[in-house]
Structure formats: C-alpha cells, structure tokens
Design a protein around this ligand. Structure first.
Ligand code: BG6
Length: 510
C-alpha cells in the first residue's frame, strides 16, 4: 500500500493563514536612495494594501535633506504611485501616511540620533508601535559602523524584554572576507546575531523558494539530482540594463562582487544542498553552509573564469553606450560587467559535476535561470543521423522573467522515420496560479517584522561566499588587465565561450 509520512509537528496548515506583522515600525537610513524609492517604499505600501501591516505601522526616513514630514510623505507617495505592485487606494494611503516621520541629519550628528530616539518614543505613544523597531541600512557598508555606534549611543539598540530592535543590512556586505569579518564584528558588538537580517533579495523571490518545493516535495527529481545523472549545472543571471545610473556604487565592485558573491552562490547552495531536517532557519542554514564549505575552485583560475566589460552596441532597437562612456565611469576603469566562474562541489552527491555561474549586464536579454543539464543516455539504440538534433536533457528553473520551469527531452518527430528531436515541457506560474507573486522585498520586509530569519543569510554564509570569491578576485587583480570587451546585446566575452569549450560544453542561449 502506498504510504506517505507526515510529521504532525511540521503540519503547516496554520502557516497558510496570512501572517500579519505585530505592532512595529521601520526606520530607513539612505531613504533618498534609489533602492528605497524603487523597492522599499512600494513594498511597504503593497504590504499595507494587502492588510499585512499593523494598524499603527510607522515609517521613519532619516537623511540629510531639509525635509518636513510632509515633504517626505510626498516623496513616498510619488514612489508608490510609480513603482507599487498593487493598485493605489486613497484609504490605505491615508492611514499608512499618518505614520510617516522624517528626521533630518548626518550620521555623525549626535543630536539627529537623539531626535530619532524621541521620534520613536512619540510613535510608541501615539501609534502604538510597542517599542518594536527595525533599522534598515540602505547605505554603503562604510557607514554601517558609525550608524551602529550612533544607535547604541542614543540607546536605540536597547529594549525591554517584550520589545525588539532589528537591523536590516543591504549588500554588499564588505568587499572581501577581511572586510566582511570586520563589519560582522562591529554589527554583532551592538546587535545580537538573531537581530541582524542581511538582505539577499533573490531569496525573497517566489521561484527561488520554489526550488525547495521542487526538490523536496516531489519524488520525481531527487533520485536523479546527483553526479550519476547530472553532467553539469549552469546558473545564469543576465541583465539587459547597464549600470543604470549607479556608477558610484558599481565601479570598483563589478559583477562578481555585486551578484555572484551573494545571489548566485545562494542559488548554487539551494540547488546543491541536502534535504534539511526541517525548514527552520537553523536547519536550512546548516545545509547551505555545508555546500558553501564544500565548494572547490579549479587550480587554474584564469582558465576557468572569464571577465568582460560591455562596449557600445545594439540593445534591441536602441544603440547604447559602452561601460567606459557611461556617466561617472573613469575612462580607464577595469571593473568587470560580466563574470563567469566554474566551481566544483566536493561531496559524494556532486563529485565531478561542474557548476558554471555567469552574470552580466547589457547581455542579450534579462533572464535568471538554473539549468541542470543531464548526461546522455548510456546507450542509444538509434543511428547517429536519427539523433542529430537531440541535445542533452535539461531541467531549467526559470527564476525570472516568465517564472516557471522547463524540462527539455527528446521526442520522435512525427513521420515514417525514427528521428528524435528536442522538445520542451513547460510549467509557468502565470498559467498555473491565479495569485500574483509578491515582490521579493514585500516578503523580506514582512519577515523582518515577524522576526522570521529563514530567508536571510547569516554571517557564516556571507563569509564562506567571500572565501570562494577572494582567490578569484586576487587572480584577476594580479593579472590587472582591462576586461575583455563584448558588444552590448550579445552574450558576453569570447573567453567565456572558450572556457566552456575547453570542457567540451556550451553556454545555454536562454
Ligand atoms: C542587485 C544588483 O542586487 O540586483 C544589481 O546590485 C542588479 O546590479 C539587481 O541589477 C538585479 O535584481 P533583479 O531582482 O532585477 O534581478
């Protein structure tokens, strides 16, 4: 008889109820920045619109601008109108905006942090935020230490036992292992580890969480998810945009530090990890950490990585500038806008299976996917010509856009001969579900307010990821060369193709 085992302790029926945050508020540092306007403010509005924020929720902006509360509210209003996912409702807006406050100041200004402290007290009294406040650092890492110290000095890191204080930290978390460790120790000297939420917004994406469902809720895939069947894995994060006006942030950082160290290595960890004992944060992190610790770099780093920088070219129907001609980029910048790396995972499951990771700006189109490419069947009772058009089987998790999954396999072409050709079978979120996916930031901000840390990498994962990237960055720095140019709208530098060709493989053209 078929049996299924369910663990009553893990019966998640209650988890299907909407999770509504308790009394709380958020303070955003760096509130005049792009991230705040395009992602954070709209996400807060969308959460309010979905009824997931508490009635007295408060949003405090902290910045240098000479703004009154009303000016701040106007900025949030414009951002919400332009970028929110859900329709605008006057009623929701009116209610939400009553909790907006603006504190003017710089990070070295003690008086401004004292005003912030008074403001939070006022909100606790008038809005019932209950002493529960999240401090969102949407600021460069170089400012983390001073803001942490100021929060401690103004007594904002302390709280009564029934209250909470949490810090939310945006990437980049350091620029190498040493700086990440320094930042970790500064932040942890003021906020205990369970109060620190490091954002990797890819973990907030529905399709990324679906990786866990695909792998661990089904019997279909797990038996073939290993080196007996998998030839290699390709993880791609391709963007069609350039630096998008973020020259100051991007130059000197580059593609590998910007997205491979965090987003792509997290995708690798979720793809390769063993089944966690439960989805509790601790158990999930244990498995991800094991994978990241098992990552091995090839001996010849230069032959097994590629670095590129976009030149001008045609992006769709528009002619776009090269990286070196972008505003704010030095004409001799050697920052890479494309990076590809090959890593191995030293475990029984993945022995001998390369994982190829690539990320780039101004590529052919915007697509993020994880492609698990399978070995060929060991014996094929067909003639060579019959299978000429048969590629390798593949399972592709389409992270974005067009979220879903594709399975590629061979099928007989209708007709009198036995000709086998690749076909695909698709699952698409848009067609399978009526619910629209929330934005990653909605999910993550709500999790911060709920104190739910599963989707936030902890310091060990961040440090392990730097340990993987540091030797590659050092090898590139030793070579010290201008990255290879690739025309905008193409799929990256020729050296990335050559790197794959040496292994007898090719990059997918998503
Ligand atoms: C950010 C990077 O983390 O992710 C950006 O700093 C990149 O350079 C962005 O453009 C892409 O995010 P998404 O969600 O649009 O894939």
């Amino acid at each position: 008889m078929a049996t299924t085992t369910t663990n009553p302790l893990r019966d998640a029926r209650d988890k299907r109820l909407p999770r509504i945050a308790g009394p709380s508020g958020i303070v955003i540092f760096g509130v005049t920045g792009d991230l705040s306007r395009k992602k954070l403010m709209p996400a807060i509005y969308d959460l309010a619109n979905r009824g997931l924020l508490p009635p007295g929720f408060s949003l405090v902006g902290f910045a240098r601008r000479d703004w009154e509360n009303e000016d701040f509210a106007t900025v949030v209003h414009d951002a919400v109108k332009q970028y929110a996912r859900t329709p605008f409702s006057e009623e929701v807006w009116k209610h939400l905006s009553e909790g907006f406050r603006f504190v003017q100041g710089t990070f070295d200004d003690d008086a401004a942090f004292d005003t912030l402290s008074d403001t939070l007290k006022e909100l606790d009294e008038t809005r019932g935020t209950g002493g529960n406040h999240a401090f969102y650092f949407s600021i460069p890492p170089s400012s983390f230490p001073i803001v942490c110290k100021q929060l401690a000095r103004a007594g904002l890191a302390e709280h009564l036992p029934e209250e909470w204080r949490r810090v939310v930290i945006e990437k980049p978390f350091g620029h190498d292992l040493t700086s990440a460790r320094e930042l970790n120790s500064i932040v942890n000297s003021i906020f205990p580890p369970e109060s620190v939420f490091r954002i990797d917004h890819y973990l907030g994406k529905e399709t990324v969480q679906n990786l866990l469902a695909i792998r661990f809720a089904n019997q279909l895939y797990e038996p073939i998810w290993n080196s007996h069947y998998v030839d290699h894995v390709q993880i791609t994060m391709a963007e069609d945009i350039g630096t998008g006006g973020r020259a100051g942030y991007y130059d000197g950082i580059g593609a590998a530090r910007d997205v491979i160290q965090n987003h792509l290595l997290q995708l690798l960890a979720l793809t390769a990890m063993e089944e966690p004992v439960s989805f509790d944060p601790k158990d999930l992190r244990t498995e991800k950490t094991k994978v990241l610790s098992a990552v091995q770099l090839p001996k010849d780093l230069l032959a097994n990585t590629a670095r590129g920088q976009y030149a001008g070219g045609w992006q769709g129907a528009s002619m776009v500038k090269g990286y070196l001609e972008e505003d704010g980029i030095p004409a001799d910048s050697i920052t890479e806008t494309y990076a590809a790396i090959k890593v191995m995972i030293d475990t029984r499951r993945w022995a001998g299976v390369p994982f190829y990771l690539r990320a780039g700006k101004r590529l052919g189109r915007r697509v993020t996917e994880i492609a698990v490419v399978f070995k060929r069947a060991p014996h094929q009772p067909f003639s060579h010509t019959e299978t000429e058009e048969l590629g390798a089987n593949a399972l592709v998790i389409r992270v974005q856009p067009d979220e879903g999954m594709t399975i590629r396999f061979g099928s007989k072409v209708p007709g009198p001969t036995m000709e086998v050709r690749d076909v695909t079978m698709d699952f698409s979120y848009g067609q399978a579900f009526t619910e629209a996916s929330p934005e990653a930031y909605e999910r993550l901000i709500l999790d911060v307010l709920l104190g739910e840390p599963s989707l936030f990498p902890q310091d060990e994962e961040v440090e392990l990821s730097w340990k993987i990237l540091d030797p590659i960055e050092k090898a590139w720095a030793r070579k010290g060369q201008q990255p290879e140019q690739y025309a905008s709208g193409t799929w990256g530098p020729a050296s990335a193709d050559a790197m794959m060709a040496r292994d007898g493989r090719v990059w997918r053209r998503p």
